[in-house]
Design a protein around this ligand. Structure first.
Ligand code: AMP
Length: 422
């Protein structure tokens, strides 16, 4: 038997109902904040990610699904959404009429990471991106939007981790001082960090290896190197968050795994998921639009990991699908044929409907209706056809009503819509 590819997963019902609930909640919530949905493709030119995420990041160095396209192009299954949204913003000149634009996307991302609980090679994200606004109040508003989204889903116990990564003016001095300090301790760093030290020392700050963590505990903080305008921006983000009563923790080691971030960086973490504790992360990327060939426009965004969020929602509310409102139990061929027609009309009229065509005994059918959580059953046999009336039985209260066969759909609907009818 051919099995799933390692690191990939099927999302099966009833779990899918939780995903739909999360996605629908996100759509309503984000649209209330002025976001509109964009659906970029999952395949892009490899160069887009190499240039935006950065050559010396884990994602680009070892995690991308890249293969040859036609005519010497390399194609990549997107490892994240921001680069695609920026490409679309530039390519379709979405800035022309109004540079301020807010988009959200929902869909799969692909990274060849080592699979483990909460870490997959195909995972889903909801992303939100805003272009054309550099005001720090927007940063705070995005974090507020994210936290109230989680609150709508009744997910609690989340912490906002906040940092500023500075800008091209102030970051180089920090990088240099960090490199200097790390080089002096290089004998204590893991092999990966030795490589990072050469190419991208900031990445050492979020290494999870205990030896590296010890070294990092002594490292300088970007927050001590912020230039005046980055400091003013960061202070305004913090005070806006306080004004909105959003608690946060300053986390000077929060660097995020992508090179394009500037200034505000944040992560939403939980203690409930073990090692994979980040549910969402984001930050500013004020130079990326220009770097990818667009106009100079500031931007900020975040990504929510849906797989982890679904785990959190399910831990609180195990998935429950509503059973059919009406379960038809046809007895005999003539009844089956009529029922196929009526049940379809009833479903088309907006009632959750199920029919059992197996021809098994009434007892067996009742058992199945019960197992599926049917709210009502409707038995039709030769007698009911002769009488031109059927009995609709409420599975919970055991109340029964006679429903005339003529205009069955209207009659059943009218009965279901009566108060106190399940
Ligand atoms: P990132 O794009 O790395 O900032 O990730 C944003 C969010 O996506 C994280 O906070 C996770 O919730 C989720 N995420 C990232 N990588 C994975 C993965 N391999 N498997 C499942 N979720 C992931």
């Amino acid at each position: 038997m051919i099995q799933l590819v390692r690191g990939f997963k099927d999302i099966l019902p009833p779990e899918t109902s939780v995903w739909q609930y999360i996605e629908n909640t996100a759509k309503t919530h984000f649209e209330n904040f002025g976001f509109r949905e964009m659906r970029p493709p999952v395949l892009e030119q490899a160069a887009l990610f190499q240039r935006s995420i950065g050559e010396h990041t884990d994602i680009v160095e070892k995690e991308m699904y890249t293969f040859a396209g036609s005519r010497d192009t390399l194609l990549t299954l997107r490892p994240e959404a921001t680069a695609s949204v920026v490409r679309a913003y530039i390519q379709h000149k979405l800035y022309a009429a109004d540079p301020v634009a807010k988009f959200y996307t929902i869909g799969p991302m692909f990274r060849k990471e080592r699979p483990q609980k909460g870490r997959y090679r195909q995972f889903q994200q909801i992303n939100a991106e805003v272009f054309g606004v550099d005001a720090p109040y927007l940063d705070a508003q995005l974090i507020f939007m994210l936290m109230t989204f989680f609150a709508r889903l009744s997910v609690s116990g989340l912490q906002v981790h906040l940092n500023s990564l500075g800008c091209p003016q102030c970051r180089p001095a920090f990088k240099e001082s960090l490199s200097h300090m790390l080089s002096a301790q290089s004998d204590k760093l893991c092999a990966d960090c030795l490589r990072r030290l050469e190419k991208n020392p900031l990445r050492v700050l979020d290494c999870k290896v205990p030896g590296c963590r010890k070294v990092v505990a002594e490292a300088p903080s970007m927050l001590d190197y912020l230039c005046r305008s980055c400091q003013v921006h960061f202070d305004a983000v913090k005070s806006a968050l306080e004004g909105m009563a959003v608690p946060y923790e300053i986390d000077p080691w929060l660097v995020r795994g992508l090179d394009y971030y500037t200034r505000t960086a944040f992560e939403i973490q939980t203690a409930e998921l073990g090692a994979q504790n980040a549910v969402a992360g984001g930050g500013r990327y004020d130079n990326l639009v220009e770097m990818l060939g667009g106009p100079s426009q500031p931007a900020i965004g975040f990504a929510v990991g849906l797989d982890r969020l679904a785990d959190l929602v399910m831990a609180k509310f195990p998935p429950a699908e509503p059973g059919p409102e009406v379960f038809f139990l046809p007895m005999g061929e003539a009844a089956m044929e009529m029922t196929a027609h009526w049940a379809s009309l009833l479903a088309d009229a907006g009632v959750r409907t199920e029919v059992d065509f197996s021809g098994r005994s009434l007892k067996a059918l009742m058992r199945r209706a019960d197992r599926m959580g049917a709210q009502n059953v409707l038995m039709i046999g030769d007698q009911e056809i002769a009488d031109r009336a059927v009995v609709l039985r409420n599975m919970k209260t055991r109340d029964q009503v006679q429903v005339p066969l003529d205009a069955l759909v209207e009659n059943v609907k009218a009965h279901l819509e009566k108060p106190n009818v399940a």
